[in-house]
Write a protein that binds this ligand. Structure first.
Ligand code: IDP
Ligand code: MG
Length: 139
């Protein structure tokens, strides 16, 4: 099934010059970039994006991190894109993610883990429309 998912290169990845490396991995695994932009989120915009985590103890720290510098936002498309992109990223905690995954190779901590990916079709729909209008996605 062809799906779309939201990918983010988080501030730690952009700051360390990993934009090209992350996109190279995405494209070499057959996922297509359908939309892309670089933005510096405000704290409020980061809070809106991560609203499902509002009650978690790390919410304040996470949203400060996500608004500390620019991020790259992308809509990815491909066969089972949601799981395919999560497989490329690896587990949330870099210390527990599989060798060869982005988070294992580049993640600095469970919070500063370099990339984001949607976790289900409903969250992918919310997250892609949170950042992109229909006009911004290419076919
Ligand atoms: P995911 O990004 O792998 O889907 P989530 O549980 O949805 O993981 O958490 C969202 C983000 O919140 C993570 O990517 C990470 O940046 C941060 N995070 C998750 N768990 C922790 C934690 O225990 N401490 C600090 N930050 C965390
Ligand atoms: Mg998540």
């Amino acid at each position: 099934m062809i799906q779309e998912t939201l990918a983010i290169i988080k501030p730690d990845g952009v700051a360390r010059g990993l934009i090209g490396e992350v996109i190279r991995r995405i494209e070499s695994h057959g996922l297509k970039v359908k939309a892309m932009k670089m933005v510096h989120l405000s704290k409020k915009e980061a809070e809106g994006f991560y609203a499902v985590h509002r009650e978690r103890p790390f919410f304040g720290s996470l949203t400060s991190f996500m608004s500390e510098g620019p991020v790259v936002l992308m809509i990815l498309s491909g066969e089972n894109a949601i799981q395919a992109w999560r497989d490329l990223m690896g587990a949330t905690d870099p210390a527990k993610s599989a060798p060869g995954t982005i988070r294992r190779e580049f993640g600095l901590s469970i919070e500063r883990n370099t990339t984001h990916g949607s976790d289900a079709p409903e969250t992918a729909a919310f997250e892609t429309s949170y950042f992109f209008s229909g006009m911004e996605a290419c076919n």
